[in-house]
Design a protein around this ligand. Structure first.
Ligand code: RNT
Ligand code: ZN
Length: 418
């Protein structure tokens, strides 16, 4: 530990202690939180199962920064690099299209064995795994509908895919001895105004019931359903809307997945977290940053990120929430994107732990909104950075921007040679 960091930490610790905040306890709490890094930031949501298939489903990466991962080994190497700059022990979220195999497969024939290399690598790295069926970027999704399609052949294909994904998730959970969260997201919707808004939703509901008809051990896997307000090419109607997904999750005892970019622009998920968790046991987050639309920009330490972390910490909801990331920027170094976004998520959680929550709640209950506002504003200039630096050093990762030089070197030595 450098003296400068240690001393700054001691001063910060004393300042926080005066308002009843225990910085060491905050650090201990932070150590326990796992963030699920999304593998798809590393290659612009391409995956390895199919070549030359365009990204579909109404999502989009923009930019063509050089050096993206083209093989599973390259992706793993890049993730290792990113993780070396991120404090703590975390998870990796895989999509089905990231299967690591030479076999010619389709989404309705994937099996656990096609992910064996990911599992042995995750064991080596001490990482957990989460999973996602890939219901887009596939000819069977070309109509704009997958599991809610009116065509029984299309529907059956996606039901089979989703069923297999649950078996793979269970395999991940057992092998790594920690729960694998599987997120189900379907891009299904209409570009233009539909006549029938109920039919596709009824088909999606019954198809999901079939997917989930096989019971799985809750110790090893958890199913989550993600909602969305609209996508590119599905501007007028999205089958898996908020009401659909929340209703489904609550009635079927599934987790709901709140993606920060999947609501109207003035809605925020920080305010939805405590409501949803009154009605579901568990919650999955896709922390992202929408800029005017579901653009999936790299997560920054903005007001909403702080508010998300505050919702989780103040409400004691961390243990029932799985924090996943979901952004993809192809216009900057992809490893830096992971590092910036993930460090920010952890920073926001640390900031939230450095609040005198009990005192603030009491002021609120006593109707003392003056104290509430004054304290919340003063807290913004408390020496949180000193605690963050100390945490990074303690966890053996670079302090402040020193990681950037390493990323640039890696870009020269590895990425630009691909
Ligand atoms: C799309 C959803 C979904 C995807 C990933 C790749 O709008 O947010 O979660 O981003 O599955
Ligand atoms: Zn998402």
């Amino acid at each position: 530990m450098t003296q400068e960091i240690q001393q700054a930490y001691e001063l910060a610790k004393a300042a926080y202690a005066k308002i009843g905040v225990d910085t060491d306890a905050a650090i201990e709490a932070l150590k326990k939180i796992k963030i699920s890094l999304h593998c798809w930031q590393g290659d612009d949501v391409n995956g390895f199962l199919f070549q030359d298939i365009a990204l579909s489903g109404g999502i989009q990466t923009t930019g063509n920064y050089p050096g993206k991962a083209q093989t599973p080994d390259q992706l793993r190497q890049d993730i290792e690099k990113a993780l070396s700059f991120i404090p703590g022990k975390h998870k990796l979220s895989l999509h089905a299209i990231y299967a690591d195999t030479d076999e010619k497969l389709d989404l309705d024939t994937i099996k656990p064995k096609h992910f064996e290399k990911w599992v042995s690598w995750a064991k080596e790295q001490g990482l957990g795994l989460d999973f996602n069926p890939t219901c887009f970027s596939h000819p069977m999704a070309d109509s704009g509908f997958t599991i809610s399609s009116a065509d029984p052949k299309v529907r059956a294909f996606w039901i089979e895919h989703c069923k297999r994904c649950r078996v793979i998730a269970d395999y991940f959970g057992r092998e790594l001895d920690q729960k694998c969260v599987t997120n189900f997201w379907f891009p299904d919707g209409y570009k233009d105004i539909p006549v029938d808004r109920e039919g596709p939703r009824y088909r999606m509901m019954t198809a999901l019931d079939e997917v989930f008809s096989v019971p799985m051990d809750p110790k090893y896997s958890l199913d989550a359903l993600e909602s969305k307000v609209f996508g590119i090419g599905a501007e007028s109607y999205t089958v898996g809307s908020n009401e659909f997904a929340l209703g489904y999750a609550t009635t079927r005892k599934k987790a709901y997945c709140l993606d920060a970019g999947h609501f109207h622009p003035t809605e925020v998920i920080s305010d939805k977290i405590p409501s949803v968790l009154l009605y579901t046991d568990e919650l999955l987050l896709h922390v992202s940053r929408p800029v005017r639309w579901d653009s999936d920009h790299v997560v920054i330490l903005d007001d909403e990120l702080n508010a998300i972390a505050q919702s989780l910490v103040r409400g004691n909801l961390i243990e029932r929430t799985h924090i996943g990331l979901d952004f993809f920027d192809a216009s900057i170094n992809r490893i830096a994107a992971w590092v910036i976004g993930t460090r920010n998520m952890i920073k926001a959680l640390l900031k939230a732990y450095l609040e005198p929550t009990q005192e603030l709640k009491e002021a609120e209950l006593n109707g003392d909104y003056t104290t509430r506002l004054a304290m919340m504003e003063e807290l913004k200039s408390y020496p949180f950075g000193a605690v963050w630096d100390y945490y990074c050093e303690l966890m053996g990762v670079p302090v402040r921007e020193t990681w950037l030089k390493d990323v640039k070197e890696y870009e020269q030595d590895v990425l630009l040679k691909r």
